[in-house]
Structures are given as C-alpha cells and as structure tokens.
Design a protein around this ligand. Structure first.
Ligand SMILES: Nc1ncnc2c1ncn2[C@@H]1O[C@H](COP(=O)(O)OP(=O)(O)OP(=O)(O)O)[C@@H](O)[C@H]1O
Ligand SMILES: [Mg+2]
Length: 223
C-alpha cells in the first residue's frame, strides 16, 4: 500500500502581530510505502505534528491531497474516513491519549474492536512484555507514570499490525533503554510490511530510517 501526499499544506488563522495566517506546513509531496520507515526531525514549532496529523487523516489540509492507494482521505465522508483509519492506520500521539475509564489492556485492545477485528491479545502481551508493562495490564491509566503511558500507547498502536503507523515523538518520555527498544520495535514493524512515519528528536533514530526528513519553518527537506 502507499499513502501519497501531493501539495499537502496547512495554513492556520492566527492573530500574532504582523500576519493573520501562519503557514504551518508549506506544500509537501511525499509518499509512504509499505515496508519503509520515515523519520522526521525538526525544531519545536516547525510543523511536524501538523504534517503527521494531516497524513494520518486527523486534520483536513488547507490545500493538496493525501491519497491512500489513489483515494484522497479527505474526499471520504466522515464515517468513511473513520472506517478507513480504524482499518489501516495507528497513531502514537504526542500528548496523553488514554481512556481513563478503561484498564491498560482494555485501552490497548480498543482500536481493534473499533475496526471490528479480533482482539490481538497475544501480540499485545508479547509487546507489553518486551516493553516491561505486562504486569500493568489491569491497572488504570491514571495510576501510570508518563513513560508507562507512552509505552501503553505504543503497544496500543502496534498490537493489531496496522498498515500505517504514525508515531509523534514516541520516545519523548522514555529512558535510553526503552528508547532503543521502541525504535527497534518500530523498525521491525516496518520490516514486517507496515509503512512507519516517526517524528523524533532522538539522534539515534536516523540509524533506523529508510528515509530521513527534516522540517524547518513549515518546509520539508529530504536529508
Ligand atoms: N490549531 C492550531 N491553530 C493555530 N496554530 C497552530 C495550531 N496547531 C499548531 N499551530 C502552530 O503551527 C506551528 C506548527 O505546530 P506543530 O505542532 O506542527 O509543531 P511541531 O513541529 O510538532 O512542534 P513540537 O516539536 O513542539 O511538537 C506552530 O507554530 C504552532 O503554534
Ligand atoms: Mg509536535
């Protein structure tokens, strides 16, 4: 499968002095392929999350298209886009994202149930074991540390074997050991056939990248 961005751009309305608009992402052409890991770096505020959320079908662009196997995500109905995202996409968001009324394991299995898939219990347990959170399966998210929550959201994204993974600073709250483990697991996910897009400040992440990108003031550069 492939996800192709063509002229994908985002302009935010803003009242911050000189200009009323902020070009958060200038027109981007980019194709994500199955089996490939893309790594995007760039300073805070350069537009990385904005680009990732547009690619993930979560933020309508101001211009351009993001097409999954030729079909523009944003030409679909809301219900059609939600179904498509549930079936093919998984996101590790930059901020907090746990459903607080569900246990850790329930959170992890939730995306599969939304997509009408069998709960990937075995895969979830394997990933939880590797990331050291298996014993937290029946705990409430409110009782977890930042790094434990981050690892929960990593397992939640990867357990069902998504076709596309969008990871926004997935190692931000992690120690060196868990950072290396997480980058390795994301790389494995790509090698097993997913298309993986990772935003990170981690210098070591470049070593895992098939395609290395940098954003600077809303403009995307291939390195
Ligand atoms: N909803 C919004 N409305 C207005 N401006 C926004 C909105 N979302 C983001 N921005 C602005 O767009 C720019 C890019 O934001 P974005 O979140 O994409 O940056 P980032 O590269 O992910 O930064 P960080 O590394 O801090 O996460 C920033 O200047 C931000 O203030
Ligand atoms: Mg961001």
């Amino acid at each position: 499968m492939e996800l192709a961005a063509c002229g994908l751009a985002k302009r935010f309305r803003r009242n911050t002095g000189d200009a009323n608009f902020l070009e958060a992402v200038h027109p981007v052409d980019l194709t994500m392929h199955s089996g490939e890991m893309m790594v995007l770096t760039g300073r805070s505020g350069s537009g990385k999350t904005t680009l990732l959320t547009m690619l993930a079908g979560l933020l309508p662009p101001s211009d351009g298209t993001a097409a999954l196997d030729g079909k523009d995500l944003y030409s679909l109905s809301d219900a059609g886009l939600s179904r498509m995202r549930a079936r093919h996409f998984a996101v590790i968001p930059q901020g907090a994202s746990a459903v607080t009324s569900m246990t850790v394991m329930e959170n992890i299995l939730f995306p599969a149930s939304l997509a009408g898939k069998d709960p990937p219990v075995r895969q979830a347990e394997t990933l939880m074991e590797r990331l050291g959170i298996l014993k937290l399966r029946n705990v409430w998210p409110g009782e977890l540390s930042g790094g434990e929550l981050r690892r929960m959201s990593i397992v939640r994204a990867l357990a069902a074997g998504p076709d596309f993974v969008f990871a926004d600073e997935p190692t931000a709250d992690l120690d060196d050991g868990n950072t290396a483990l997480t980058l390795g697991i994301l790389k494995e996910t790509a090698l097993e056939g997913s298309a993986v897009f990772v935003v990170t400040h981690d210098r070591e992440a470049a070593a895992y990248a098939d395609v290395l990108l940098r954003m600077d003031a809303g403009k995307l550069y291939k390195i």
